[in-house]
Ligand binder design. Structure first.
Ligand code: BLA
Length: 513
């Protein structure tokens, strides 16, 4: 859909972000085995937990951590089936209290410790979920729903900006569809961002680990030692970790955006990543696990409600399309001459397919209605499409920009940028062609997407773009694309009207079932 050439994605897709070998330095990590022995640590563990000088690698957990806490986590492990799910706990160690997150990595377990800022705010935010649910009930559209979610997450997190970033498959570019931000800050609402900003490995990880918190993009990191999982001999898999250190490219990206703390929650619809609730803080930022859990719950509500709303929107759209299509078929079947009868339905055809022109052509004749290319152009287009259909052995042809098949004349055909054609067998090589006019659109990108990925000449190092200033792209010579139900609809119509195996009555019965 997008006319711009956008970076070499492969370069971004190669980074194995789950094997970063380090954690964010404000917290610390311990990996332990089933025999409760500590098998790996982040180098800062003694400093963060105030453990003094002793070497804890190989030690039993209960020699390092409070006995009661160790009993607790061992009991939890037995109670809960471990897959990739993590678990929250808190524990006092020495003078401080810690938020602890437990996850698994192969046959080992990871404990991540983050200093806990005691906060009374948590109790205030207890009501947040109730209030949020009350507002969600009133939301009628996906934009309403996600705007409410952004507002509540910003309230819980107390940060500068929260956005609903929605992916646009199959390109996987994305768009900010809702936003809540502190007054006076830059807005990214309705801005589009290229897929290379969040490469496939990062997107895939969100299906497994739905939260990502980057406390300080410019903060230090702490390496894990030993580097490898002793059982596999491979670098520790941190897919389910919450403290995993951040990809250097993304660190630079955040710096260029003026973001210190970043947090994102996955919104998953029908098993596929639908969007991210993305949060920005201009200062380093952290949040208790309890607050994170509230934000996760809000994101989960968005996931389930967005599924329902999209199903409903899709259903309504489809049922009104189907009703019109049925009427076209019924009206056409009344007439003895199916071809002529179909063309008589030109107004309804245009309304149903959101089009402005219809033609039924073969090599000799052209029956037209509405805005269609003039005689010889239509003839050329007809020949091109028949050719294309023969090559691809397909009966339906759809395009939303003629530039791809007729580059020389496409700019003259503004009234017929999009064509949906179906081969009808009544006469040899007859085509029903439905035309849509050009729809000029402006897309606002968050920075020039062509610069989304720059390579330094000498080192070959990849860099994200430096500027996120709004950048306008004008999309010309394109119509609104044909939807999958329109493609299905047109081939269904062809089958019913023109495939000899279907007798008229049978077809009508099928439709009215
Ligand atoms: C990760 N990129 C991300 C994440 C977001 C974005 C939300 C998830 C981590 C986080 O929450 O910060 C992108 N952030 C955005 C976008 C907006 C936003 C689009 O706020 C819009 C408002 N990044 C690049 C290039 C590469 C790249 C060129 O620009 C690769 C070559 C990589 N982005 C990249 C990687 C990650 C990432 C590797 C994962 C970081 C990690 O989890 O370690």
């Amino acid at each position: 859909e997008i006319s711009l050439r956008i970076g070499d994605l492969q370069e971004c897709n190669n980074e194995q972000i789950h094997l970063s070998g380090a954690v964010q330095g404000h917290g610390a990590l311990m990996m332990f085995s089933a025999d409760e022995r500590i098998q790996a640590i982040s180098k800062n563990v003694a400093a963060v937990l105030d453990l003094g000088q002793r070497n804890i690698l190989g030690a039993k957990l209960s020699h390092v951590l409070p006995e009661e806490f160790v009993q607790n986590i061992l009991a939890l492990q037995k109670q809960h089936p471990w897959r990739s799910k993590g678990m929250y706990l808190t524990t006092p160690i020495g003078k401080s209290k810690f938020d602890v997150y437990m996850f698994s990595s192969g046959n080992y377990f990871g404990l991540e410790f983050e200093p806990l800022r005691e906060s009374a705010e948590f109790f205030e935010s207890q009501n947040v979920l109730q209030d949020f649910m009350a507002e969600v009930k009133e939301a009628r559209t996906v934009v309403d729903l996600t705007s409410v979610a952004c507002r509540y997450i910003r309230q819980v997190a107390g940060i500068d900006r929260v956005m609903m970033y929605r992916f646009l498959p199959p390109s996987w570019h994305g768009e900010v569809i809702a936003e809540d931000r502190v007054m006076g800050s830059h807005s990214f609402l309705y801005h589009r961002f290229p897929s290379s900003d969040i490469p496939k490995p990062a997107r895939d990880l969100y299906l497994r680990n739905k939260v990502r918190l980057i406390t300080d993009s410019q903060g230090h990191i702490s390496a894990i030692e030993p580097k490898e999982n002793p059982e596999t001999g491979k670098v520790w898999d941190l897919s389910d970790s919450r403290l995993r250190s951040v990809s250097p490219i993304h660190i630079e990206y955040l710096k260029n955006m003026g973001v210190a703390g970043s947090m994102s929650f996955a919104v998953i619809v029908k098993g596929s990543l639908w969007g991210l609730i993305a949060c920005h803080s201009s200062k380093p930022f952290t949040m208790t696990n309890a607050h994170r859990a509230i934000c996760c719950a809000i994101a989960d509500v968005v996931s389930s409600q967005a599924t329902l709303m999209e199903d409903l929107e899709g259903h309504l759209l489809r049922s009104s399309f189907d009703a019109r299509l049925r009427k076209i078929i019924e009206m056409t079947l009344i007439s003895k001459d199916i071809l002529g009868g179909l063309l008589k339905q030109h107004a309804l055809l245009m309304e149903t397919f959101n089009a402005t022109g219809v033609a039924i052509c073969n090599a000799q004749t052209q029956d037209i209605s509405g805005l269609v290319p003039a005689g010889s152009l239509l003839k050329d287009l007809y020949a091109k499409i028949i050719d294309e259909m023969k090559k691809t052995e397909k009966e339906v042809f759809a395009i939303n920009s003629l530039t791809t098949i007729m580059p020389d004349i496409a700019s003259k055909l503004k009234m017929a940028c999009g064509v949906l054609a179906v081969r009808i067998h009544d006469k040899e090589d007859s085509l029903l062609m439905i035309f849509r006019p050009e729809q000029v659109r402006m897309i606002t990108w968050g920075g020039d997407p062509v610069k989304s990925l720059e390579k330094k000449n000498f080192s070959g190092q990849i860099n994200p773009r430096a500027s996120f200033e709004s950048w306008q792209e004008k999309i010309e010579n394109q119509s609104i694309p044909w939807s999958s139900h329109e493609l299905d609809g047109v081939s269904f119509m062809k089958e019913v009207l023109f495939d000899s195996a279907l007798v008229k009555k049978g077809a009508i019965d099928m439709l009215t079932e």
